[in-house]
Ligand binder design. Structure first.
Ligand SMILES: [Zn+2]
Ligand SMILES: [Zn+2]
Length: 535
């Protein structure tokens, strides 16, 4: 059994556990295990057989037991049981009308109902009230849910997951990704696909990714994924494909300002007919006055300035990260492992950093002219000082400053602490300044305008962190920094070789903040990057 197959089974299991109402942490543990298996280079099946799979970080006894079953029998009994029990289609329908999984499955079985249309018919016939435990209140809720134009999720999908889902469906339907995903929004509530297939809706019905279709007419249909995310599918004939793509990409405000749109086969032709320059999807949140700027592109990026190795909580060695960065076409990469204050993961003190220097020197010798920078993600301590002694900070090529604890402190305390730490002469860049974790922690109270002032005074860059649950600075904050003239650094904060691929998320976030290549420090050569504070 290949790693990819194991990962897919674990993911499917996580999805069904989620539908069955299992706890958030359980579901996350399986999702993470799936990711881990996918990233592991050794054949995981062999590790399982050798009884060594728990050496992988994040694999506990429960997951190990299921891996043993999977490797031995090629299947997971519990997964099959859940599939029988959970009925993804009914659960998705429950999400649509605001009923929990168990309740919706019970109701569906009692009424013999499986689709939105059947449920609607049952409601119209007044049959809902016959069902056990459905009072007038719940009946009203279900009817209102069915009438609502579109199901709305409380919690959106992270952009990386949304992109993967949208890409899978687009492929199934021979279509193009549109909507929020094409605009690279940080959180996605709805997917949109424009399909050129004459049998688009037949394909949609057969899609393993979409579990229920909740609306349908001649030109469009709305399905729901196993996560409860609505998917709008537009079937467009070749002659007006471009027009459909502009409309489905949105945003609604942006498109409304362009209407009426001419019918045209490509987007370029639509814009040409309107007498307007083509507009990057990232800027289509609101009507655009005038010409769009030439935004920074992934191909402009010449190095990654924030990544981790197995010296702290990363999964790969210095050499593996460096080779992967070089293979992405970069000229440089900065190794920025944590410092001791971060506590929840191993951090490097001055001694460890100096030992790491030897390893970095050896890799540099091997990979020249590619350059591995000695860096750190240095914590700001509770008292506002930096978590490393000055002499070692002065030796380093690249110092990222990070606040990991105390994110909930008051505006005054936080802003004072961070801006004072920024005055340290070794600091080059402030990591994930607002400290948000999407869906889990709101942004901190840090006063960004004050941080921007100090960054300007000190010649420090601000990061757009590419971790899918951070994307911090976010779009509008990037724009504030760019307008003020503060350099942006697009980084991945990668903890694995695969994580280096998140540069596209960071760059897209910078693009949504109107950043051009000139605004992004790591589009430049190493001399300029290292010259940032040498005045
Ligand atoms: Zn960090
Ligand atoms: Zn980091």
């Amino acid at each position: 059994m290949r790693n990819e197959q194991i990962a897919q089974t674990l993911e499917a299991y996580a999805g069904l556990l989620d539908l069955a109402g299992a706890g958030y942490y359980t579901v996350r543990a399986y999702r993470r295990a799936a990711e881990l298996v996918r990233e592991t280079r050794a054949p995981v099946a062999e590790l399982v057989r050798a009884g060594r799979v728990r050496e992988l970080r994040g694999i506990g006894p429960g997951i190990e037991r299921r891996l043993q079953e999977l490797v031995a029998t090629g299947k997971l009994e519990e997964l099959e049981e859940l599939e029988r029990e959970v009925e993804p289609q009914l659960v998705a329908l429950g999400r649509l009308v605001g009923l929990g999984p168990q309740r919706m499955v019970a109701l569906g079985r009692e009424l013999g109902v499986r689709t939105a249309d059947e449920l609607r018919a049952a409601a119209e016939a007044g049959r809902l009230r016959e069902a056990k435990g459905i009072g007038p209140e719940t009946e009203r809720k279900i009817v209102a849910g069915l009438a609502r134009e579109r199901p709305r999720r409380r919690r959106g999908l992270l952009l990386n997951r949304a992109r993967a889902l949208a890409a899978a469906i687009a492929q199934e339907l021979d279509g193009e990704i549109a909507g929020e995903v094409r605009r690279w929004r940080d959180v996605v509530y709805e997917l949109a696909i424009v399909s050129r297939a004459p049998d688009a809706f037949v394909r949609l019905e057969a899609s393993p990714t979409v579990v229920a279709i909740v609306e349908r007419d001649d030109a469009r249909a709305v399905g729901v994924t196993v996560e409860g995310i609505p998917v709008e599918v537009v079937a467009a004939p070749p002659g007006s494909f471009g027009t459909a793509l502009v409309r489905a990409t949105g945003s609604r405000e942006y498109v409304d300002a362009l209407e009426p749109l001419p019918g045209a086969p490509t987007e370029d032709a639509v814009y040409a007919a309107l007498g307007l320059p083509w507009c990057p999807p990232e800027l289509r949140e609101a009507p655009l006055g005038g010409e769009p700027p030439r935004l920074v592109e992934l191909a402009d990026i010449r190095g990654d300035l924030h990544c981790h190795t197995d010296w702290s909580d990363g999964k790969a060695t210095v050499s593996e990260m460096a080779i992967a960065a070089r293979d992405l076409g970069y000229d440089y990469v900065a190794i920025c492992d944590h410092t001791p204050n971060v506590r929840v993961v191993p951090g490097l003190d001055a001694d460890a950093l100096r030992r790491q220097a030897d390893e970095i020197a050896a890799v540099n010798e091997e990979l020249a002219p590619f350059r591995v920078l000695r860096g750190t993600e240095c914590d700001i301590r509770a008292d506002g000082t930096l978590d490393l002694p000055d002499d070692v900070l002065a030796e380093l090529d690249w110092v990222q400053l990070s606040l990991h604890a105390g994110q909930r402190q008051s505006e005054d305390v936080l802003t004072r602490k961070v801006t004072e730490a920024m005055r340290h002469p070794a600091v080059r860049c402030l990591s994930h300044p607002k400290g948000r974790i999407i869906n889990h922690r709101p942004p901190n109270a840090l006063q960004l305008d004050r941080v921007i002032e100090v960054a300007l005074e000190e010649g420090i860059a601000l990061e757009t962190n590419g971790l899918p649950d951070r994307l911090d600075l976010r779009d509008e904050e990037v724009r504030l920094a760019v307008d003020a003239g503060v350099p942006i650094v697009c980084s991945t904060d990668a903890h694995s070789v695969r994580g280096l691929g998140n540069m596209s998320l960071s760059v897209a976030t910078a693009r949504r903040g109107w950043a051009t290549a000139a605004d992004v420090l790591n589009t430049r050569g190493l001399d300029e990057v290292l010259g940032l504070r040498r005045r």
